[in-house]
Design a protein around this ligand. Structure first.
Ligand code: TRP
Length: 326
């Protein structure tokens, strides 16, 4: 089980860091992938854009390979049982531990005029999302580790108090370290909050991709054979490795090693590789976003699967809480 925030556009970092992991999981596991629309209310109280954001996130994930026939792909707000489980879990969560959560402290600093209770109990809602399917594997990045730790605590607390119902959920990826997709400006990774010009989005048109790659930072070039690459150059090679042909990459590796590399050619090739890589995803996502009937079907089918799983868990939960009076 995992949740996808419907804020912001998907970029190559999300693609290689998260979505590819989901796509691989869908063939081996029973998967629940959810658009976290309710969580977005804690930071984005204006809901005018919600519908188009939800549609875009669904379209981008499907275009990237997530298959709504293989997984339950659904919206958080379509599973009402989650709200009930969230309420019970709130009785098990201590204000002190919630106040100590890193993301809460960060958000409280960012939006001092809107430190709402939903922000405080964000990890409780996230726990409800996960354990309502009695999920054991949660594909998430490093930034979610603390939330997952809290999820384990809440699940264990429930189990101790009311009986063993929930497995202990663990962060998951396929053995390898998650790929960190470097940004084009030689600093850090692609991120929607930092340098947008150094981040390639799945919705970027071709000329914008070319423009961004052209601006990528290089250096004066190697002067001695087989010099180790500085980070900014190694990053561009890594990007080509992710999106381009391995044979062409090899040619540029050799050109680097014998000091004949021409950065102009290298970057032009990287730009074309990006353009080719992104084109089918962008086009497919755009077509899906236009297709309201299809999106409706996807959401209905997803909600049906998610609700079936949730209601089974909730029967156990109500029983365990002894909320059965006749
Ligand atoms: N908090 C997650 C994020 O910021 C989104 C999320 C909501 C989530 N519910 C979840 C992730 C359940 C994993 C499982 O990205």
């Amino acid at each position: 089980m995992s949740g996808i925030r419907p804020t912001g556009f998907l970029h190559l970092g999300n693609y290689f860091g998260a979505v590819k992991n989901y796509v691989r999981m869908q063939d081996e596991y029973e998967c629940y992938f959810m658009v976290a629309d309710l969580h977005s209310l804690t930071t984005h109280p204006d809901t005018k854009e919600l519908k188009s954001n939800i549609h875009r996130v669904l379209a981008e994930n499907i275009a990237s390979g997530l298959d709504p026939d293989k997984v339950a792909l659904y919206c958080q707000s379509h599973v009402h049982d989650t709200a009930e489980l969230y309420l019970y879990l709130n009785m098990l969560a201590y204000v002190g531990e919630l106040e100590r959560t890193t993301t809460f402290k960060e958000k409280a600093r960012q939006q001092p005029d809107n430190v709402n209770a939903g922000l405080l109990t964000y990890p409780v809602l996230q726990t409800a999302d996960i354990i309502i399917h009695r999920a054991s594997l949660v594909p998430v990045g490093k930034d979610q580790e603390q939330h997952l730790e809290m999820c384990r605590n809440f699940a264990n607390r429930f189990n101790h108090r009311f009986g063993e119902i929930f497995p202990e959920p663990a962060a998951f990826n396929f053995g390898e370290d998650l790929v960190k997709v470097p940004s084009l400006d030689g600093s850090g990774k692609m991120s929607k909050s930092e340098n947008q010009n150094a981040t390639i989005y799945l919705s970027d048109p071709e000329d914008l991709i070319r423009k961004k790659v052209k601006k990528a930072i290089t250096d004066v070039g190697p002067t001695e054979p087989n010099t180790p690459k500085p980070d900014s150059i190694a990053n561009l090679f890594l990007l080509m490795k992710l999106v381009g042909s391995q044979e062409r990459l090899q040619v540029f590796e050799e050109a680097w090693n014998n000091c004949t590399i021409l950065y102009g050619d290298f970057k032009a090739q990287l730009a074309e590789d990006m353009v080719e890589f992104i084109r089918p995803i962008r086009e497919k996502a755009a077509a899906i976003q236009e297709d309201n009937n299809y999106l409706k079907e996807v959401m209905e089918k997803g909600a049906e699967k998610a609700n079936a799983s949730a209601s089974k868990t909730m029967a156990l939960v109500r029983e365990a809480l002894r909320l059965n009076y006749y």
